[in-house]
Write a protein that binds this ligand. Structure first.
Ligand code: ADP
Ligand code: MG
Length: 713
């Protein structure tokens, strides 16, 4: 051991120190000065306990492995050396595997390496590289051999290890704190800290699932003997994270189900017929199926908590209206919340059209109403003089009290989150009566994610489009093609089709993007001189905007130049053309939503994305949007491009991110955690049993705020 390493170890306090606990601030650890403490803080490490939880993000082999001459046949071992003699041998006959051969050489001997079916290694392994290989040693004639060993290139940094450790973690680090420094510090305190870790999982529970104790798992993550140790430890820690979230969700759901009731609405053939008669078309089979599921829920005194997924244009609005009219039929109120004013206005308009001549009273409540109108609306809702309310989510949740609200529909809920679900005030006589909730989204939620975040939701899916729809043609083109695009679109507009032009901004900013105001003029002059052109964006007054949307809907406007205010929900079946400028700037789900504005009628629609992608991600988004119009595939692609981390990350969901679990990879573990969480909560709803004391404490520490467990447990 070198002098430096020794000094480092002393500084980090190798011996067990009884005064140090998991709660000790790192700044109070011997050998950690203010500078180091600040650097640790930047890594999210404030206490000694945080040190233990600061896990390596990958593991590497150190030098110090067995010399090749010492390898024992039939044992798994790691050897380090230089690669020589690389050779790819293709399969001789059809169906025969090829193999990649190489030799590993060190000062003592050489080792033959064979990888079957591994043509890709031709680009990876080359003579002269230093690598570590791990695998089972075999004696083949006079030679030592490894078949399909794991391998890893070594650079100077990874080989430096002086302490003879074989397999070690690489830690998240910062500029002023290297992985090695972090690792040494952690290593120095593990023997003090690990024995202090109590396991929140009862031993029997752990044993049944072949999980190591918590302290053992942390030990193995920081000081693994090999890959298997890490695997086992990772499984335990990932399970913990998944279990905690599932427990929180299960506890909440149990609480809702046992403490709250909802109005049991009546539904019978007469009511059903009455409602369907209001619709200008027959419901499709897919709509009928979800309507039955929803009506089934609404007839029970248990609050419905249902997610309705259906691709853009699949006809979710009438399903929502069906649920709302069931409330009205029972003389109760219902609310429909939209994410934008434009969409709220459109819903109001189409619903009032369907309700013409009925006794159902409908109100619109958005921020664009005058204060007097808003106050009048609120008063009517509170007095029960209104049956159905359409409004923006912000307004309805913040400032309105309902007299007797039975159904809440949240339209176009894209954000994946647990906490964004609206909470609405109602004056229901019984404070424990809450409305049924229906959440609608056009962005299908990948199954693993829905299990994670929406573990407490039932899901209905509209899996077919209304009849007569034509597929949408999609083109992605570069700037150079713009003139061709507009020449072609102008022809189609000439023959009576309507066009959306979507731009990322209202005014040209310093970014030099095309913007609504300037583009309207340009389009008018250059391509659509004799056409009726208008624009909509967020800065217009409500009345102006409504008039324009109305005229566009009636076909009195040919070209509508818009910002993304039209992104969600807007429904003008006759509009069959769309061009999106600067498409590379939009997210994949957003592009899919935008495109969903066309293809709603019986005409064959065209959507052109003009894009100059400058990043890999943007290029992938363009490829994905061109390739499919299926919302589910889009969602999967989006997930793949952005990574689950971002979707489920703190920013999106309001939940603490997972450190170890990867919901995409750990699907099996996730299902297990969900089952276990449900069983635990069923047997001990508040986790107050002695065996669950620690589990409860940890759960509350982590999720009390994020999941609002305060009044639950
Ligand atoms: P989503 O909200 O799911 O994107 P919408 O509810 O806006 O879709 O419906 C899209 C279009 O399809 C609307 O013009 C609507 O009137 C129409 N539509 C919905 N259901 C049917 C149906 N069963 N038959 C014919 N047209 C339908
Ligand atoms: Mg919609």
């Amino acid at each position: 051991m070198t002098q430096g390493a020794l000094a480092g170890d002393i500084m980090c306090g190798m011996a067990v120190d009884p005064t140090i606990t998991l709660a000790t601030k790192v700044s109070d650890l011997p050998g950690v000065g203010p500078t180091r403490a600040a650097a640790l803080q930047r890594l999210g490490i404030a206490t000694a306990g945080d040190l233990v939880k600061h896990l390596p993000h990958r593991w590497e082999y150190h030098a110090g492995q067995a010399a090749i001459a010492q390898l024992q046949p039939d044992t798994v071992a790691t050897a380090v050396g230089e690669v020589a003699n690389c050779r790819w041998i293709a399969g001789q006959r059809r169906g025969m595997k090829g193999r990649f051969q190489a030799t590993l050489v060190d000062e003592t001997n050489q080792l033959d390496l064979v990888w079957f079916n591994a043509g890709y290694l031709r680009d990876k392994l080359a003579p002269g590289m230093r690598v570590a290989v791990t695998g089972k040693v075999a004696a083949y004639r006079d030679y030592l051999q490894m078949v399909n060993p794991k391998w890893q290139p070594l650079d100077d940094a990874t080989e430096r290890g002086e302490d003879g450790e074989r397999y070690h973690g690489v830690y998240p680090a910062t500029e002023d704190l290297t992985s090695d420094q972090v690792g040494k510090l952690i290593d120095g305190w593990l023997d003090t800290l690990l024995p202090q870790i109590d396991d929140h999982l009862p031993e029997a529970f752990r044993n049944e699932r072949a999980m190591p104790a918590l302290a053992e798992a942390y030990d193995a993550m920081h000081r693994p003997g090999g890959e298997d140790d890490v695997k086992t430890a990772r499984r335990r820690l990932a399970f913990d994270e998944l279990l905690m979230l599932q427990l929180g969700l299960a506890m909440k759901r149990h609480h809702t189900r046992t403490h709250f009731t909802a109005a049991a609405l009546s539904c019978n053939d007469a009511i059903d017929r009455h409602i369907r008669d209001r619709f200008p078309f027959a419901l499709t089979g897919a709509q009928g199926k979800v309507v039955r599921e929803i009506a089934g829920d609404l007839q029970k005194p248990v609050p419905m908590n249902r997610l309705l997924q259906g691709d853009v244009g699949s006809g979710k609005t009438v399903v929502a209206l069906y649920a709302m009219l069931l409330a009205a039929a029972s003389r109760k109120q219902a609310a429909l919340m939209a994410p934008t004013e434009l969409l709220a206005e459109q819903h109001h308009q189409s619903i009032s059209a369907m309700l013409t001549g009925s006794a159902v009273r409908l109100a619109l409540l958005t921020g664009s109403l005058t204060p007097a109108e808003r106050d009048a609306g609120r008063a009517a809702i509170e007095a029960g003089e209104v049956d159905l309310v359409v409004g923006t989510q912000a307004l309805l949740t913040e400032s309105v009290t309902f007299s007797d609200l039975a159904v809440v529909v949240i339209d176009e809920q894209h954000r994946f989150g647990v906490e964004q679900r609206a909470t609405v005030r109602s004056k229901n006589a019984d404070a424990n009566t809450i409305p049924h909730t229906l959440i609608m989204t056009a962005t299908p939620i990948p199954r693993t994610l829905s299990l994670t975040l929406f573990g407490d939701l039932d899901v209905s899916t509209i899996d077919a489009l209304p009849p007569g729809r034509q597929p949408i043609d999609t083109r992605v083109v570069g700037d150079a093609k713009r003139d061709d695009v507009y020449t072609y679109l102008a022809k189609r507009v000439d023959s009576g089709e309507q066009l959306y032009v979507v731009l990322p901004a209202i005014d040209e900013g310093e970014l030099g993007l095309k913007a609504v105001r300037s583009e309207v003029e340009l389009l008018e002059q250059k391509w659509f001189a004799d056409k009726r052109i208008a624009s909509v964006h967020g800065q217009l007054k409500r009345d102006t905007r409504a008039v324009i949307m109305d005229r566009f809907r009636r076909g009195e406007i040919d070209v509508l130049v818009a910002t993304t205010v039209i992104e969600v929900g807007v429904d003008v079946p006759n509009a069959s053309l769309m061009v999106v400028e600067h498409a590379e700037r939009f997210g994949l789900a957003q592009l899919h939503q935008l495109r969903g504005r066309v293809g709603r009628g019986s005409k064959r629609s065209l959507c052109v994305f003009i894009a100059e992608p400058t990043t890999d991600d943007a290029a992938q988004r363009m490829e994905a949007i061109a390739q499919t119009t299926n919302g589910f595939e889009i969602a999967e692609a989006d997930l793949h491009i952005r990574g689950m981390g971002e979707l489920i990350g703190a920013r999106q969901s309001g939940l603490p991110p997972f450190r170890v679990a990867d919901v995409e990879r750990d699907g099996e573990l996730l299902r297990m955690a969900k089952r276990d969480a449900e069983a635990l909560i069923a047997s001990d709803p508040r986790l107050q049993g002695d065996a669950h004391r620690l589990l409860r404490a940890r759960l509350f520490k982590q999720y009390r705020e994020a999941l609002g467990l305060g009044d639950v447990g």
